[in-house]
Write a protein that binds this ligand. Structure first.
Ligand SMILES: N[C@@H](CCC(=O)N[C@@H](CS)C(=O)NCC(=O)O)C(=O)O
Length: 222
């Protein structure tokens, strides 16, 4: 493991990059973070060469080979560094984890974005309801377990926890708290943030809120 050359093309506020950082930390994999903090202003040659299709971060460079898309990267990390598995080993549980990973990928971030980009009260109310309905299903599948697959923090937890870094911004613009609607899910967030691998990998929520304030001004929403 020590001989691997691992680099992460990353942007500080990207919830998708935070997922990969948590996975690398959970596996204790040393890596170099290369920040692409000017995504809106211009992308580096390294990013364009590594991800010509989507031109997005995160990109994991493993011995200079690019691996793309955060969920795909977390899966790759789990396969290449198999100690302390993130995905369950049982086929049924693995299929279940992949189902929820796909649900989270498709639904959570776009629904949150719809809240802070909403124009007018009706649009905001609809966006907020749609977001809370998604959380309802996630809360239901978490149930009374500590983590999505049971006792251990794993694949689904990593994919969702990265995205929760933006939840305080969604809460601010939607005037709600996850805690008041889904206390079990809120407790899962607190439990997960207590892990060093999470707290060290996620951006400060205040900074994300300020970033969203800036994006809203840029998009002419303010
Ligand atoms: N589905 C991708 C989403 C990645 C993504 O949206 N990255 C954003 C930063 S959060 C990005 O690079 N945006 C620049 C752009 O789209 O031009 C993943 O899971 O990795």
């Amino acid at each position: 493991m020590g001989k691997d050359d691992v680099k992460l093309l990353s942007m500080w506020a990207s919830p998708f990059c935070m997922r990969v950082k948590v996975a690398l930390a959970e596996k204790d994999i040393p890596y170099e973070e290369i920040l692409e903090n000017n995504l809106l202003g211009g992308k580096t040659e390294l990013l364009l060469k590594s991800n010509p299709v989507h031109q997005q971060v995160p990109v994991l460079l493993h011995d200079e080979k690019p691996i793309l898309e955060s969920t795909n990267i977390v899966t790759y990390i789990d396969e290449v560094w198999p100690s302390k598995p993130l995905l369950p080993t049982c086929a049924y549980e693995k299929a279940r984890a992949r189902f929820w990973a796909d649900y989270i990928d498709r639904k959570v971030h776009p629904a949150g974005r719809a809240i802070w980009t909403a124009k007018g009260e009706d649009e905001l109310e609809a966006a907020k309801k749609a977001f809370l309905d998604i959380l309802m299903f996630l809360d239901g599948t978490l149930g009374d377990k500590d983590y999505f697959s049971g006792e251990n923090f794993g694949f689904v937890d990593i994919l969702l926890i990265g995205l929760t870094s933006w939840f305080p911004a969604f809460e601010k613009y939607g005037s709600f708290t996850v805690e008041e609607h889904y206390p079990r899910l809120a407790a899962w967030i607190t439990r997960s943030y207590a892990r060093r691998t999470v707290s060290e990998s996620l951006a400060n929520p205040e900074k994300i809120i300020n970033f969203v304030v800036m994006l809203r001004q840029m998009f002419g929403i303010e």
